[in-house]
Design a protein around this ligand. Structure first.
Ligand SMILES: [Zn+2]
Length: 118
């Protein structure tokens, strides 16, 4: 008695259904992880900008007036003044003695060193 080697149509359909279920479960989870990573990246950028403001204050005795030119010496990449998730520029409100850096998408803000993550 000889037996054909290979899979039957029923076996192949079963494998395809199982793989489809695995993909259907995995894709939303990966998407959520990516969103969380972008929010964390946004908060790190806010912290870097706050550190740059503090460094500017330590050197000049006041916070920045023109964020692009004044923060350039303290930030490695000045193009990172925007939220990585929404691509909107950060709101930097600085006076001589106070500053506040916030994400326009609501991922958080830093107010004179005190961070608040929404
Ligand atoms: Zn953001």
């Amino acid at each position: 008695m000889t037996r054909n080697k290979g899979f039957t149509l029923l076996e192949m359909m079963f494998v395809i259904v199982v793989l489809s279920l695995l993909v259907a479960v995995a894709i939303p989870r990966f998407r959520g992880v990516r969103d969380d990573a972008e929010v964390q990246s946004c908060r790190m950028r806010l912290a870097n900008i706050a550190t740059a403001e503090e460094m500017h204050y330590a050197k000049h005795g006041r916070y920045t007036e023109n964020r692009n030119s004044d923060l350039t010496p303290y930030l490695k990449n000045i193009d990172r003044l925007m939220c990585p998730k929404s691509k909107e520029p950060y709101i930097i409100a600085a006076t001589d003695s106070t500053y506040k850096v916030s994400c326009p998408s609501g991922h958080g803000h830093i107010d004179e060193g005190a961070a608040s993550w929404e």
